[in-house]
Design a binder for this molecule. Structure first.
Ligand SMILES: *Cc1c(COP(=O)(O)O)cnc(C)c1O
Length: 383
């Protein structure tokens, strides 16, 4: 099976992990701060906080922004469940804003309409989580202007988008949001096995997330409520977690980060071939907003034929060893969310996307011959 995505591990990546295995520290050593500094520098952000997954990063980001009981967090339905679950971890509730018909990201227009209504009802969101689907940035200028008008904070879920750009600047630089999070799961653009990071330009938010990722404990005397009792002293200031990244993961991340630009270029080469070879088929190919340079984590097509059903196309491609996938089932259509009262038809654009979307294989190791197999299989199925 040709998968829809997979990691790219070089000998240099392997060597960097082995080096840590032979060193003094497997965790809480020098590699995590080194990786954080490299991430911050790559994205032109002031602070990066590395953690054990993007899910943890989303949780810490919500906590740092003060999300709690009685608050509402808004996100898009076309995302992985983690983008919504993080609000529930904090005791807040979640609501969904419909997507744009061209980018499949949260629609800035739909967001504005929903804000107007929410203001009248007195139920404005505390935080909006903008997800850069497939690696293409949301319309952050518009969303950021709305945040100032309506007083909400912004988290960018850039799990798909490291290495991408918005208006010429790296995603993660925080020009239009409070916190940006990345995922380093093996299917994503760079990997640490499991892992994630939260980037911000705000020192308070960075300190808060660093404290919370390690039990809410500090060894920094300047943050303590009293003089240390002695050299051994530490204080727990709040209820935190163990969301730490290991030095093994950070070493892999550092090595992968040095290859990031070449990864993204390769993804663009693969996408350009699909763009060309699928142009005549009854499909909507990925549309790129001129303000964006996508990380291209995903190459999503939409079926525009009435002759072939979505399900049939899926099974035909899978039967031919093409590991197509669907990103994503609208989050509120999950049984867990349906039990919270969300019903079918809640976001029409998202549901129509769900009836048509297919993610084709795209990853740096995808061979030209394999890509031709994908194209032929699609041509056969749609002819
Ligand atoms: C993968 C992903 C996550 C979760 O990432 P983990 O590192 O696996 O926790 C969150 N949001 C989106 C959009 C993702 O694609």
């Amino acid at each position: 099976m040709i998968p829809y995505g997979r990691q790219d591990i070089s000998q240099a990546d392997i060597n960097s992990v082995i080096e840590v295995l032979q060193s003094e520290f497997l965790t809480q050593g020098p590699k995590v701060p080194e990786f954080e500094a490299a991430l911050a520098s790559y994205c032109s952000a002031r602070y990066a906080v590395a953690v054990n997954s993007a899910t943890s990063a989303l949780h810490l980001a919500c906590l740092a922004l003060g999300v709690g009981k009685g608050d509402v967090v808004w996100t898009t339905p076309i995302t992985f469940v983690a983008s919504a679950n993080c609000a529930l971890y904090c005791g807040a509730s979640v609501d969904f804003v419909d997507i744009d018909s061209k980018t499949y990201n949260m629609s800035a227009g739909a967001l504005e309409e929903k804000l107007v209504k929410a203001e009248k009802l007195g139920v404005l969101p505390k935080v909006v989580i903008a997800v850069h689907l497939s690696g293409q940035s949301c319309e952050m200028v518009k969303i950021s202007a709305l945040s100032k008008q309506y007083g909400f904070k912004i988290i960018e879920d850039a799990s798909h988008a490291i290495g991408g750009r918005y208006k010429g600047l790296p995603i993660g630089g925080g020009q239009y949001s409070d916190i940006t999070i990345f995922s380093f799961h093996p299917v994503k653009i760079i990997t640490t096995g499991e892992g994630g990071a939260a980037l911000t330009n705000n020192e308070f938010l960075a300190d808060k997330m660093k404290c919370l990722r390690s039990h809410g404990v500090t060894r920094d005397p300047s943050l303590m409520t009293k003089e240390p009792d002695g050299e051994w002293y530490y204080q727990q200031l709040e209820l935190g977690y163990n969301y730490r990244m290991t030095d093994l993961q950070a070493a892999l991340g550092l090595s992968q980060l040095s290859r990031l630009d070449s990864f993204v270029s390769k993804r663009h080469e693969i996408a350009a071939i699909y763009d060309k070879e699928l142009a005549e088929l009854p499909l909507a190919l990925p549309w790129q907003h001129p303000d964006t340079y996508s990380g291209l984590h995903l190459y999503i097509i939409r079926l525009k034929s009435t002759d072939v059903s979505h399900q049939v196309l899926f099974s035909e491609l899978r039967a031919k060893g093409i590991g197509v996938n669907l990103h994503y089932i609208p989050v509120y259509m999950q049984p867990f969310y349906q039990a919270m009262g969300f019903t079918r038809g809640y976001c029409e654009e998202a549901e129509s996307y769900y009836r048509e979307a297919i993610s084709l294989p795209i990853y740096t190791g995808l061979q030209r011959s394999e890509q031709s197999q994908v194209v032929s299989a699609l041509v056969d199925a749609l002819r």
